[in-house]
Write a protein that binds this ligand. Structure first.
Ligand code: 13P
Length: 305
């Protein structure tokens, strides 16, 4: 029977040993399977997360949790899996705690700091009573805007939020969600170093992990980043492979029912797993053991009526 873990030991070990564990957003059934497959085949821990928008699209937070657990059972997943709410507001965080997510991010960055802190403490209390992990955000992670990213996180806020009991801390250090703009000035390593020294045992989180050059990812991990959030990278991988399928006119092959979504989405789904494996190698994610593993796609399911 599949179960979720809160990941606190996993991320602490990552920070201590200078590697990172990927936190990947799911967007639908195919994404969920692609991520579980990547984790199973690399024998690495997996954090699957869902944004509020993606959860709405998929039918709500409960649907997402049921999907993840059911697929873990179907795919016989035997690596640790964490299910995290990504960028939740106060109500969403409470809902996911009640539903039994194993981790929630309460993102109060747009609130005045005092209110963000008070609400974070409430979420920490509710979550910790149930053994659920909490992530908070300080500073502002940029959103597809200026080349210098969002507002930098302050060292004082880092200390305050860690003292409030959060298990992971997302810091604005020049990182941006989505595709990085031309002329992006890069991560602010000076600020990351100051924060990492101020909270030496706290796993730090890098949002906007897509499109950051490998050397910057590696340096950030050396300085204290233990969780890297990735969504856009896999969307682009999915898009490119799906575009190729269509440009190669595979969807027009009526004899083979190339238009059937089970076939049309297959190349894109495989591309997500491939891209995930590349990121795992960049992050140096430690496998849980050395057992060989592979996931066989059920080919027959493509042609059954
Ligand atoms: P990207 O889409 O830029 O990879 O960011 C993902 C993220 O940080 C989710 O919280």
């Amino acid at each position: 029977m599949a179960y979720l873990v809160n990941g606190n030991d996993i991320f602490k070990a990552a920070r201590e040993n200078h590697y990172a564990v990927g936190a990947y957003n799911t967007n639908n059934l195919e994404w969920t399977r692609a991520l579980l497959r990547g984790a199973k085949e690399t024998r690495t821990p997996l954090l699957i997360q869902v944004s509020t928008g993606a959860a709405k699209y998929m039918g709500g937070y409960k649907t997402v949790k049921d999907l993840v657990l059911n697929e873990m059972n179907n795919m016989d997943i035997d690596v640790p899996v964490i299910l995290n709410l990504d960028h939740g507001d106060f109500e969403s965080a409470k809902e996911c705690i009640a539903l039994g997510y194993s981790s929630v991010m309460f993102d109060g960055h747009n609130l005045p700091t005092d209110e963000n802190l008070a609400k974070t403490k409430e979420i920490v209390k509710l979550a910790h009573e149930r053994g659920i992990s909490v992530e908070a955000e300080i500073g502002k992670i940029g959103e597809n805007q200026g080349a210098d990213g969002g507002e930098l996180a302050s060292v004082e806020d880092a200390k305050t939020f860690v003292a409030a009991g959060v298990d992971k801390l997302a810091c604005g250090i020049g990182n941006i969600h989505g595709v990085y703009p031309e002329g992006w000035t890069g991560l602010n390593f000076d600020r990351l170093k100051e924060i990492a020294e101020a909270v030496p045992n706290e796993p730090l989180v890098l949002h906007g992990g897509s499109g950051i050059p490998q050397d910057q990812i590696e340096k950030a991990i050396q300085l204290g980043i233990a969780k890297i959030n990735i969504n856009t990278e896999f969307q682009l991988a999915f898009q490119a492979a799906t575009r190729k399928y269509i440009e190669d006119k595979m969807d027009l092959d009526k004899g083979n029912k190339g238009y059937d979504p089970r076939k049309l989405l297959r190349a894109g789904t495989d591309a997500i797993t491939d891209s995930m494996k590349e990121m795992i190698s960049w992050m140096g994610t430690a496998p849980i053991d050395s057992k060989e593993s592979s996931v066989q796609f059920d080919e027959a399911s493509l042609n059954e009526e």
